[in-house]
Design a protein around this ligand. Sequence first.
Ligand SMILES: Nc1ncnc2c1ncn2[C@@H]1O[C@H](COP(=O)(O)OP(=O)(O)OP(=O)(O)O)[C@@H](O)[C@H]1O
Ligand SMILES: [Mg+2]
Length: 628
Amino acid sequence: MREFFPLIAVGAVVGVLAIIFLVAYLTMKNKKEAIGFDRNMDDGELVRRLLKYAKPYTGQFLLVLGLMVFSIAYDIISPLIIGNIEEMIKADFEMKRLFAMVAVYASILVISLICSYFQAIILQRTGQRIVSNIRDDLFVHIESLSHAQLNSIPVGKLVTRVTNDTNAISMMFTNIIVNLVKNCFIILGVLTAMLCLNYGLTLMVLCFVPFIVLFTVIFRKFSRKAFRRVKDGTTDINTFLSEHLSGMKVIQIFNREQHKKAQFDAKNAALGKAKRQQIFVFGIFRPTVYMLYMSSVLCLLYLSGRGYIRDVEFLGQTIGSGTLVTFYMYISKFFNPIQSLAEQFNWLQSAFASAEKIFTIFDIAPEVVDEEDAIELEKVEGRIEFKNVWFAYVGEEWVLKDVSFTVDARSTVAFVGSTGSGKTTILSLIVRNYDIQKGQILIDGIDVRRIKISSLRSHFGQMLQDVFLFSGTIRSNILLHKDGVSDEEVMEACRYVNADKFIAKLTKGLDEEVRERGNNFSAGQRQLLSFARTVIHKPEVMILDEATANIDTETELLIQDSLEKMMNIGTMLMVAHRLSTIQHADNIIMLSHGEIIEQGSHSELLAKRGKYYELYTLQSDKARLMGK
Ligand SMILES: Nc1ncnc2c1ncn2[C@@H]1O[C@H](COP(=O)(O)OP(=O)(O)OP(=O)(O)O)[C@@H](O)[C@H]1O
Ligand SMILES: [Mg+2]
């Protein structure tokens, strides 16, 4: 009986640990995380969708599987060779046989290393290609979303989906799946080899397996929570950063640095804590599995030591020194994959969570889409008609109420009205940035919903209230990737809208660098560039949402002049805050709270002495006062 004490002691230690972990597992609160993300898609669906991306690379994956056989062979054969060497040294030692065995060992090792190298290279390449395809598709999908849909998703969240989440998927293809398969094969192979060699010792090793399974289940629960916290924390910080980096100037102007820092600190600390928890969970799990491994090695040494020295049989089999050496190596080869299997399942879960987040974005069906039989417009005359249009951004909060008006081809129509009255909304409905709820919008007598969106927008030039310039050069911002336009034509467009003078003063001219959002140009210059950008695309209908930014008198005169020129290009729809700008318009539509209250030409409206007259006299008085 005394002989079994060491084994019982090991069993007791493992048992106590198991009980402690079980208690921790059972008492762990199952409360819902505040910023948690609930999985809705089942794993099968995710795998199916992911496999669609992997399918074109089936050949590469099969090749990797083939190469894997060689690298696994090393894990299974090498302990046997070492064991044989040990047996040979003990029995009748022959230098020649030793050399032969070492040579076999070395060649298997070299082959396995070469295979592992190619396996890694092929996998990395394939994985990166798959992920780059997913990223591409995701970007194209985001491009297809409507303004309303884009407004509803924070930019930081989208950035995280395209970067972090696709990375998690890349890990899955390059690392996780292959290692999962490889580890399963190694475990099976090693187990078979051990059973053939000595079933008694194999049984002893297998006694530890239930504990490993138990610890793994417990570990997965803790680690899943930690993983989720890290993910949510990352998204949270990215969302906060992308918004606040854009708004940093406002933060500085209003001295809110401390306040914002405190908010950032909180998010940063949350992410740090989540990462620490993740490390802690791994920090407990890895040594625990290592302890199980060491315990089984101790048992092996004890059992085989007794068997070898005292010639005691264990479960009817004697144990030689070769078996001892081989088993010693097999045990580590058996435990390593088990430990990494558990970890890989975690990474897989995390990759699935990322995949689900990405597919959730893919599943947002674009709201504003072409009808099946939508038509292309060859040419647009520029007759625009609103027929009893009702529109709300949200629910039933009507922003436009029963709006009807007609814009004749090649005429100029101006929209005026107080802020929030719906001017920008009208302009964005014409190019179908949003779909209306009731009524009809007709272009040359055709409902906008019947026209292909890309075709519709190609005939319209829009100059928006807030000009957006991309980082690049002046040329790239004017052209926006339009091909086949010479520098002379670009300069001509610039001359047309009076942007040529300030461009001429820049050292690099059209090649002058434009920084993010065009922050190295003045508001007026940005406006002129957006005019040039519109004119070069030669639209038949121009839409201008005038910014009321402080533009100096000189630039204002330039803008005024270019506007008058642009009115001759085709139909022009404009929002103007300075009524002086629109006196020559053919029709002026006055809006109030989403309804048309007056319309007519400048002189007609003045004669009416209504709201427009009030506004006009107010502005003229102000101008006179300022002039004094
Ligand atoms: N994306 C949006 N989501 C929800 N409501 C919106 C959105 N954009 C505008 N609104 C609301 O619609 C109304 C009309 O806005 P719109 O931008 O058309 O006004 P506007 O006449 O162009 O004003 P301004 O002269 O200030 O540019 C406003 O009450 C505004 O709150
Ligand atoms: Mg507006």
